[in-house]
Write a protein that binds this ligand. Structure first.
Ligand SMILES: [Zn+2]
Length: 82
């Protein structure tokens, strides 16, 4: 049985799409340089690449967290030194 037929796969995909909508809505923000709507989907599902010349980094909805978003609740992971 491949990972693609695993029962959790569908919900994993759905969860990612839900998170993307929650975090980005219609404006996908690069967590590395902060540019808005200047990224494209790579071959990996859920992984985007920044178009900005000086950046060009890959990211997904779970890459870093938007510090400014107060509605995202902090877990113990927030205590990590920056
Ligand atoms: Zn960027």
């Amino acid at each position: 049985m491949s990972q693609f037929s695993a029962p959790h796969f569908q919900s994993h995909e759905a969860a990612r799409e839900y998170l993307e909508g929650l975090r980005w809505g219609t404006e996908r923000v690069c967590p590395h340089c902060g540019v808005v709507n200047q990224s494209f989907l790579t071959k990996k599902p859920g992984v985007y690449r920044c178009r900005v010349e000086e950046c060009r980094k890959d990211f997904s909805v779970t890459t870093k967290s938007v510090m400014e978003s107060s509605h995202i609740s902090c877990t113990s992971g927030c205590r990590r030194s920056t």
